[in-house]
Design a protein around this ligand. Structure first.
Ligand SMILES: [Zn+2]
Length: 200
């Protein structure tokens, strides 16, 4: 088992791949809706921190939220980077770094508050849940496509919130998941379920 420090993040695609290597086996038993419930849990933390202005650990929760968005994407074999790049056909870099994704997905609304961006992020998470539900109930390919779009938008809203906090998600993700799992520090995770271990 490899426990050496890794550098997982360059582009959104490599991040998705790395996440699959670390958590793919451990997440094998989870249904996508279980993954979404974990996203809700971390969203709750983020919203509490924004409300109380105690944002000390918010970077960690943004990273874990993004991690679960990647987990759902991996389960459905979504290529988030490919979908995102359709909006930017003139991008020269074939695999733009996550920091570029963060820069280009910023909605460029000068003066937007932390609260506004948190609210937009919460709305984007809700849209993921709505799309996931519709696909789960119907198995219709249109809703699968909608789910992919909503996840890409949600990643954008997450990065947009990170931007107003001065957090570079590329650096943050490398810092959080550079050793693999945040609890057992293994690659792949041994199945420690770091989420439920943190329940309180
Ligand atoms: Zn683990």
């Amino acid at each position: 088992m490899n426990t050496e420090k890794q550098t997982p993040v360059t582009s959104l695609a490599t991040l998705q791949q790395f996440h699959n290597t670390v958590f793919g086996p451990a997440n094998g038993q989870l249904e996508p809706v279980d993954m979404f419930l974990r996203i809700l849990r971390y969203l709750l933390r983020v919203l509490e921190m924004v409300r109380t202005k105690e944002t000390g650990r918010i970077t960690y929760y943004l990273c874990t939220t993004l991690s679960w968005l990647l987990a759902i994407s991996n389960r459905y074999n979504f290529d988030l980077e490919l979908k995102w790049k359709l909006k930017f056909p003139n991008l020269e870099n074939q695999n733009p770094p996550l920091s570029k994704f963060q820069e280009l997905t910023a909605w460029n609304h000068e003066g937007e508050t932390l609260e506004t961006r948190a609210s937009q992020f919460a709305e984007a998470v809700a849209k993921v849940g709505n799309s996931l539900g519709k696909f789960r109930w119907t198995h219709h390919p249109d809703f699968k496509a909608e789910l992919l779009s909503s996840i890409v938008e949600c990643c954008g809203a997450l990065c947009n919130l990170a931007s107003v906090l001065g957090v570079d998600m590329q650096t943050a993700m490398a810092g959080t998941f550079g050793d693999g799992c945040t609890k057992c520090h293994k690659i792949p995770c041994v199945g420690c379920d770091f989420n439920t271990a943190e329940l309180k």
